[in-house]
Write a protein that binds this ligand. Structure first.
Ligand code: 0X9
Ligand code: ZN
Length: 303
């Protein structure tokens, strides 16, 4: 059964989403995006006080990388707060729609839960020719695909880019959300772990985007400040490619191919690598939430 400060099974997460939608039908609708490679239903939670108003959209996804469990936990906590805080309607949700996809890669997520030996699996679970499994979802997006920071070897456990861009149903589903909502989509955040980085395009190159990088950088710094004020560690803010160049990420696709003005990858937590202790979720998730509120306020103000 589901608990907001725990790491939950995929089926418990699905039940939680259904429960929230049933309890708050005026605020939450679920959209089935499709099936993962192994047939798990991928659901998007759309949270809006007025779905017909044409509000700007914030799209947040998590769990493209299987082992980064704190990311789905964060996305679910966001849903929890947005649907339960009495004042969220007057603030975060006033004039902004939040689309939250808590587990992009459920096959990988369940695989990492299946045994200790599989805990550090990263990729999807698709079968490629030969005996190797999985594609790195965050190398699989169709913008500057495979130009840097990828492996072409299907057996590489970390950064195999896939046989072609969007070879994975999981990345296709995220792409479709972006394309269907391209006009209203103003902020995209892909939640990952670890290292406490908040990075923006480009990711495929160490070059900064002339002009736009300053806006991306300053909003990220405001988010980081808010997290710090709430007692959390600040984020390291820079372009993704200055950290290390890697192409085919969802952040570059959102900014470069879809035209989303604010696009980020957020790497939560520092000090525990991929195995962040469950008992500390109740400490850090509320701190990170304060950062998301700053994102919401900016989108509301600017669009
Ligand atoms: O390498 C990644 O996919 C991300 N880091 S992680 O440790 N979670 O795997 C960073 C992605 C940053 N964005 C791009 N390089 N486009
Ligand atoms: Zn990741």
């Amino acid at each position: 059964s589901f608990s907001i400060y725990d790491y939950n099974s995929f089926s418990a997460i699905q039940e939680y989403l259904e429960t929230v939608a049933r309890r708050r039908p005026e605020l939450v609708t679920l959209q089935i995006l499709g099936n993962s490679y192994q047939g798990r239903r991928v659901k998007l939670a759309k949270i809006s006080t007025n779905p017909n108003a044409g509000n700007p959209i914030i799209f947040i996804d998590a769990g493209i990388h299987a082992r980064e469990w704190v990311a789905p936990a964060m996305a679910l906590y966001l849903i929890h707060r947005l649907t339960n805080d009495p004042d969220a309607r007057q603030n975060e949700l006033n004039g902004v729609d939040w689309y939250i996809l808590p587990v992009v890669n459920p096959d990988g997520y369940e695989f990492t839960r299946s045994s200790k030996a599989n805990r550090l699996w990263r990729k999807t679970r698709s079968k490629s020719n030969g005996n190797c499994y999985g594609v790195d979802g965050n190398r699989n997006y169709g913008f500057k695909w495979a130009v840097s920071g990828v492996s072409n070897n299907p057996c590489d456990r970390e950064t195999y880019a896939g046989p072609q861009p969007f070879s994975e149903p999981e990345t296709q589903m995220v792409r479709n959300v972006m394309l269907e909502n391209a006009k209203r989509l103003k902020l995209y955040v892909s939640v990952h772990s670890y290292g406490q980085y908040l990075v923006y395009p480009w990711g495929y190159t160490g070059d900064y985007i002339p002009k736009e990088w300053k806006k991306l950088d300053s909003l990220a710094r405001s988010v980081s400040d808010a997290v710090q004020r709430a007692g959390g560690k600040p984020f390291r803010v820079m372009s993704a490619g200055k950290w290390y160049p890697a192409a085919g990420g969802s952040d570059d696709y959102a900014f470069g191919a879809v035209g989303v003005p604010y696009s980020y990858t957020m790497e939560l937590t520092d000090g525990y690598e991929f195995v962040f202790p469950e008992r500390l979720l109740k400490v850090v998730l509320p701190q990170f939430y304060e950062g998301f509120r700053v994102f919401g306020a900016q989108i509301k103000k600017e669009f």
